[in-house]
Design a protein around this ligand. Structure first.
Ligand code: ASP
Length: 338
């Protein structure tokens, strides 16, 4: 019998209204079970691991990513797939982080959650949970259909490190602007194998050391030297530069000088776009040529979530700056297209 481990971290899916404050607070897994009697009718053996404490995912951090990766490693041989119940706010960060931590993954790790708590009449939680379980259980020729970390939400399955939360109100809360969906749920569950990662040949392993000493510099017209220096002259090891369009920034001499100084101080800078769709093309315009020349790395079509977590992951691996820069510009878990 197919065995699935449900890992409950929290999120709206399991929240209830606090009578005193009127706010939504995380609650235990028991009430999820009570609200989804269908779970007992599924043809799989389900086990549940609840995190303690259960969280609103805005409190997610790399220590919990590490605990998730270690739990999956510990239970890897005992289960056919894993479903992580997670708040939608930072689900794409966790999915991207896990895609780097869990290497040579041959089993599905499906993250899901919901926009409305499972106890509400119009909830989206039941469909999300039940279909995520089905995806985690699906096999082809005895092997996992989707051997990767993915996000299932509102009838669509996304590669985790390509997904973004783009809407805080619609049931359709997630998107993957730069990579096709891996599957969709209608009357049938339709998979798109051409877009799904292959089963790896090497054995599964985890890499859990993350270094989160990074900064983010988001461009906007009128940005001041003080604001830029607050990042470039801080003691961060790396910077995500959220640039305009295809990776462009102001060419003001003071701005270029700030970046040059940061690069000279061995800070890794990766250029990603503020646009949700499309890729960075350093050197296409004059406004990105100097960035390329000074050794700023192209993030191509990386999401912000994947850029942040990939940097934290690479910085944690004891690599030198040149090695980190090389690995930033290639896909290590299907996260970018060069
Ligand atoms: N604040 C919630 C969380 O991320 C939102 C959600 O689950 O949809 O935990």
């Amino acid at each position: 019998m197919t065995k699935i481990l449900i890992i409950y971290t929290g999120g709206t899916i399991g929240m209830v209204n606090d009578a005193k404050t009127g706010t939504l607070i995380p609650f235990d897994f028991e009430q999820i079970k009570e609200n989804v009697p269908e779970l007992a009718r599924l043809d799989y053996q389900l086990s549940v691991h609840s995190f303690d404490p259960i969280l609103d995912s805005s409190n997610m951090d790399p220590e919990i990513w590490k605990a998730l990766a270690e739990l999956i490693k510990q239970e890897y041989e005992h289960f056919d797939g894993f479903v992580i119940l997670h708040g939608s706010d930072t689900m794409s960060f966790t999915a991207a982080a896990l895609s780097f931590m869990l290497q040579n993954l041959a089993k599905p790790v499906v993250l899901t959650g919901s926009q409305l708590p499972i106890g509400e009449i119009r909830t989206d939680a039941k469909e999300n949970l039940i279909t995520a379980l089905e995806i985690a259980a699906t096999k082809k020729n005895g092997r996992a259909m989707v051997p990767e970390v993915c996000v299932y939400f509102d009838y669509q399955l996304f590669r985790g490190n390509r997904s973004i939360k783009y809407n805080s109100e619609k049931f359709e809360a997630f998107a993957s602007p730069n990579y096709p969906i891996l599957a969709e749920a209608g009357v049938n569950l339709t998979f798109y194998p051409n877009y799904i990662l292959p089963i790896p040949e090497k054995p599964f392993e985890i890499h859990t050391t993350f270094n989160s000493n990074i900064g983010v510099l988001k461009m906007y017209p009128g940005i001041t030297e003080n604001a830029v220096k607050a990042i470039t002259e801080s003691d961060v090891d790396a910077i995500v530069l959220e640039a305009f369009g295809s990776g462009n920034t102001t060419t003001a001499p003071w701005f270029i000088a700030c970046l040059q100084k940061a690069v000279a101080n061995d800070k890794v800078i990766i250029d990603i776009s503020q646009c949700k769709g499309g890729a960075v093309q350093l050197g296409l315009y004059e406004t990105s040529r100097e960035l390329q020349q000074m050794g700023i790395v192209s993030g191509y079509d990386l999401t912000f979530e994947a850029a942040v977590t990939k940097l934290m992951y690479l910085l944690g691996q004891g690599l030198n700056t040149t090695e980190i820069k090389q690995l930033l510009e290639v896909a290590i878990a299907g996260e970018l297209t060069v």
